[in-house]
Design a protein around this ligand. Structure first.
Ligand SMILES: NC(=O)c1ccc[n+]([C@@H]2O[C@H](COP(=O)([O-])OP(=O)(O)OC[C@H]3O[C@@H](n4cnc5c(N)ncnc54)[C@H](OP(=O)(O)O)[C@@H]3O)[C@@H](O)[C@H]2O)c1
Length: 345
C-alpha cells in the first residue's frame, strides 16, 4: 500500500535531525518551499542566494509559520554569477566544519536576462543555471563525500528537451544568445554534467547519490521576472497565473529526490548511467498531487551519449580551472569514501 501511494506521488519527508543542507535560491519559490520543509523536519539549512535582504525576508516569512524552522535556517550570500561570491559562500559553509548531507542546486534564471557576460566571462543564464552550480558543487564535494550517504539534487526543467550542447562554446558567450535558448542549453548542460559527476563519484567509491528533478510548471517569481522583450514571456507570465502549480506542489519532486530514504544508493542505474530524473512525466506535469515521485530518463538524447558526457565534463573542468584557478578536486584521484555502512540520508 505504502509503495503504491509513493508510486502515484505521496510521500513524507523523514526526520532530518542532525543533517546539514544547502539550498541555492532558497529565498523564493521552489527553493523556499524545499528549505522550509527541510528545516521543519529539523535539518540545518543554509539558503544560498544573491540578495541578503530577500533571504532575510524569506526567513521572516517562514518564522510566521514555524519558529523552529526559521531557527534552523541560515542565509549565506552566494551570487552564482560570480566565482568570487561562490568561493566566499563555499568557504563559509566549509568553515562550519560539518559534513554536508544535501546540496540542492535549485537557483535559476529563465527569460529575465538579455545577453550579458558575467565578470568571469559566462553568459548570465549559463552562469546561474550551470556554471555557478558546478563550481559550488566541486568546492563542497569533499564535505558531501564525507557525509555519505549524501545527495546532490539539481533542479533541471522540461527545457532540457530543446537544449543543445555547443562544445565550442560551453560558456554560452560567443553566439550572443540569451533567453529561452540559453535556458534550455544551460539546463541540459547541468543535467549532463551531473550524470557524469555521479558516474565518477561511484567509480571513486563515494556514497553520494545525484538526482535531477523537473518540478512541473510552477507559478513562482521566475514567471514574474521575465523580460517582455522575449516573445515567449507574455504567455509564460499570464498562463502561469492561471494554470501552473503553486511552489508548494512544484517543490515535491525535488523534496522527494532530496530526502526519500528509498532512494539511497539509487543514483546510478544497472547500466552505470548516472543521475535519475524525478518528476511527473512532461505531459502530466501540472497535476498538483500526482507522479512527482516518478522517475525516468531525460528526454533529450544528448543526455544519454556517454562520450558527450565525458567531453562536457572534461571541457567544463578545464574552463573552471582556467577561470577560477587550479585546486578543484579531481574526483577520480582524490576522493576516498568514508566507512558509513548502515547510515541512510
Ligand atoms: N517555475 C517553473 O515553472 C519551473 C519549471 C522548471 C524548472 N524550474 C526551475 O526551478 C528552479 C527554481 O525556480 P523557481 O520557479 O522557484 O523561481 P524563483 O522563485 O524565481 O526562484 C529562483 C531562485 O534563484 C535565485 N537566483 C537567481 N539568480 C541568482 C544568482 N545569480 N545567484 C544566486 N541565486 C540566484 C533567485 O534569487 P532572487 O530572489 O534574488 O531572484 C531565486 O531565489 C529554477 O532552477 C528553475 O529553472 C522552474
Amino acid at each position: 500500500m505504502a509503495s503504491l501511494a509513493r508510486g502515484i506521488g505521496f510521500f513524507q519527508v523523514p526526520d532530518m535531525s542532525g543533517k546539514l543542507a544547502v539550498v541555492t535560491g532558497g529565498n523564493s519559490g521552489i527553493g523556499a518551499e524545499v528549505a522550509k520543509t527541510l528545516a521543519k523536519r529539523n535539518a540545518t539549512v543554509i539558503i544560498a542566494s544573491r540578495d541578503e535582504g530577500r533571504m532575510q525576508a524569506a526567513v521572516d516569512a517562514i518564522r510566521k509559520e514555524s519558529a523552529t524552522a526559521a531557527k534552523n535556517i541560515r542565509p549565506i550570500v552566494c551570487n552564482l554569477e560570480s566565482m568570487r561570491s561562490i568561493k566566499s559562500c563555499a568557504d563559509q559553509v566549509l568553515a562550519l566544519d560539518r559534513p554536508l548531507d544535501l546540496l540542492v542546486n535549485n537557483a535559476g534564471r529563465f527569460l529575465d536576462a538579455p545577453f550579458q557576460l558575467t565578470e568571469d566571462g559566462f553568459e548570465q543564464t549559463h552562469a546561474v543555471n550551470f556554471w555557478g552550480h558546478a563550481y559550488l558543487t566541486l568546492l563542497l564535494l569533499n564535505r558531501i563525500v564525507e557525509a555519505g550517504p549524501s545527495r546532490i539534487v539539481q533542479v533541471v526543467s522540461f527545457g532540457e528537451i530543446l537544449g543543445r550542447v555547443r562544445m565550442h562554446d560551453l560558456r554560452g558567450a560567443r553566439e550572443g544568445q540569451s533567453g529561452f535558448p540559453s535556458y534550455c542549453d544551460s539546463k541540459l548542460l547541468a543535467y549532463i554534467w551531473l550524470s557524469e559527476l555521479q558516474v565518477r563519484l561511484r567509480r571513486a567509491g563515494a556514497q553520494v547519490d545525484c538526482f535531477g528533478t523537473q518540478p512541473g510548471w510552477v507559478n513562482s517569481r521566475l514567471m514574474d521576472k521575465v523580460d517582455f522583450r522575449y516573445p515567449l514571456s507574455v504567455p509564460a507570465h499570464y498562463a502561469a497565473k492561471l494554470f501552473a502549480l503553486s511552489p508548494k506542489y512544484g517543490c515535491r519532486s525535488t523534496l522527494f529526490a532530496a530526502t526519500d530514504p528509498s532512494l539511497t544508493g539509487k543514483g546510478v542505474n544497472s547500466r552505470g548511467v548516472g543521475a535519475p530524473y524525478f518528476g511527473a512525466p512532461y505531459p502530466l506535469f501540472s497535476l498538483p498531487f500526482f507522479f512527482h515521485t516518478a522517475s525516468g530518463p531525460a528526454w533529450n538524447s544528448q543526455a544519454h551519449n556517454e562520450s558527450l558526457r565525458v567531453a562536457v565534463w572534461e571541457e567544463a573542468h578545464r574552463i573552471l580551472e582556467e577561470t577560477a584557478g587550479p585546486g578543484l578536486p579531481d574526483i577520480n584521484l582524490t576522493l576516498t569514501a568514508p566507512q558509513t555502512a548502515g547510515r541512510s540520508l
